[in-house]
Design a protein around this ligand. Structure first.
Ligand code: GDP
Ligand code: MG
Length: 436
């Protein structure tokens, strides 16, 4: 897998203080190979590694990060840039806004039409109208009807008509008459690019002048996806790409190639057959997927900016000697606060992000803790054993909290101290020097 291979190739850089021509060349050879294996187009991979090389060469590696980490970050940033940098929105201007689907048969147009309608209805409070313009297969109209019913969105079709252009035009009239906001036009695809299909969809485009033409493509088709995208784009000049079937272990290399070959943003991804399996496309997340590493990079980035190496070493020594006190506690809180929003930070740890999505982490949580510690005398801070009942009463009053809160903090502090002592002896002790 790509991430493992990158990791292996980055190991070459270990122990070097500066990124040099030699170690970059070695690493990038592997990066390029890994990208090719993930279905990234040859030219794209080549251009990519050239850019990374230029950026990486001669960069001084800060003491806070290892060359390998810096290299990962450069690769990450560059990949994200290649996929468009920012999330691209759909254009919903006008009443109704018109969105036209294009793509080969089986790419997921009909399913995506349903997903998009559902998303616009539930998340954006829109009133969508689904339109069935696949006049070749009666089953196609039926498929859209079933989807529409499932999500409670109206569907327009003309079962006896063989004229998709007319159907699309009539549907828009219907939308205007009934006050629908967004018209989603599902069209027929073929198994391969052919003239008739292209003529038909081009004619629909001309007749209804849509806000957006979305090109829907099966991400599992790899390199073929890129060629198909190219042909559709030359003919239709579409506005955005929908990458379907990104569930399972599809690696997403197609995303990268398509984006750079047609130079159109990827707007959505489909991640399953169910109607809620739709996501907006986030370039940075796709990079994470391709590299398979969560948002480790930004974590490194922030730590690199904010973490004081000397302070870390000093603390470690104190912890080992069981001298960790309230002054250290305060400076730890200050460190954490410097790093930014707690929830943001926690969500960057792979696997944690999803789990805490709906949990409230309060940045003010530290306020009363700080107040309590500030109300202690210097002697009490460095020797918490002094804190008897009357001192605790005084601190509670001084900090505007209450005795329960003070007791809770003391208990937590005690537990933290025990835990820290335990982990410095074992795992953390080995991990922490690596954080440098
Ligand atoms: P169309 O011919 O372009 O309209 O494609 P359909 O919407 O009929 O989809 C073809 C098949 O792909 C169907 O069996 C869908 O259930 C399936 N499909 C569509 N999108 C996804 C997706 O994101 N993930 C998975 N696993 N299957 C999908
Ligand atoms: Mg269809």
């Amino acid at each position: 897998n790509l991430s493992e291979r990158l990791e292996r190739s980055f190991k070459i850089l270990k122990g070097e203080g500066k990124i040099t021509e030699i170690n970059v060349a070695e690493t990038l050879k592997d990066v390029r190979k890994a990208l090719l294996d993930a279905d990234v187009n040859y030219k794209v991979a080549k251009t990519f590694t050239d850019t990374v090389k230029e950026k990486a060469l001669g960069q001084n590696v800060l003491t806070a990060v290892k060359p390998s980490q810096l290299m990962v970050k450069i690769v990450h940033d560059e990949l994200t840039q290649l996929m468009g940098g920012e999330t691209a929105e759909v254009d919903l201007e006008g009443k109704p806004a018109v969105i036209l689907m294009s793509g080969l048969q089986g790419s997921g147009k009909t399913t995506f039409s349903g997903k998009l309608a559902r998303m616009l209805k539930t998340k954006k409070n829109k009133k969508p109208l689904l339109v069935a313009c696949d006049v070749y297969r009666p089953a196609a109209i039926e498929q859209l009807r079933v989807l529409a019913e499932q999500i409670g969105v109206p569907m327009y079709s003309e079962p006896d008509s063989k004229n998709p252009v007319k159907i699309a035009e009539n549907a828009i009239q219907e939308a205007k008459a009934k006050g629908y906001d967004v018209v989603i036009v599902d069209t027929a695809g073929r198994l391969a690019v052919d003239e008739e299909m292209m003529n038909e969809i081009a004619a629909i485009k001309k007749a209804i002048n849509p806000n957006e033409i979305l090109f829907v493509v099966d991400s599992m088709t790899g390199q073929d996806a890129v060629n198909t995208a190219k042909e559709f784009n030359e003919r239709l000049d579409f506005n955005g790409v929908v990458l379907t079937k990104l569930d399972g272990d599809t690696r997403g290399g197609a995303a990268l190639s398509i984006r750079s070959v047609v130079n159109k943003p990827i707007k959505f991804v489909g991640t399953g057959e169910k109607l809620d399996a739709i996501d907006q496309f986030h370039p940075s997340r796709m990079t994470d997927r391709i590299l398979g590493m969560g948002d480790i990079v930004s974590l490194v980035e922030r730590a690199q900016e904010q973490y004081d190496e000397e302070e870390a070493k000093r603390l470690q020594k104190k912890i080992a000697k069981n001298q960790f006190d309230f002054n250290d506690f305060l400076s730890q809180i200050a460190q954490i606060k410097k790093m930014g929003n707690l929830k943001d930070l926690a969500s960057m740890i792979p696997g944690v992000g999803k789990a805490i999505k709906d949990i409230d982490i309060d940045d003010n949580a530290f306020k009363s803790i700080e107040a309590i510690i500030y109300s202690m005398t210097p002697a009490e801070r460095s020797n918490p054993a002094l804190l008897n009942g009357s001192r605790r009463q005084r601190i509670a009053k001084g900090s505007g909290t209450n005795i329960q809160e003070v007791n809770r903090l003391l208990k937590q502090f005690d537990q933290t101290r025990k835990m820290m002592k335990m982990v410095t002896g074992s795992k953390m002790g080995k991990m922490m020097p690596k954080m440098k």
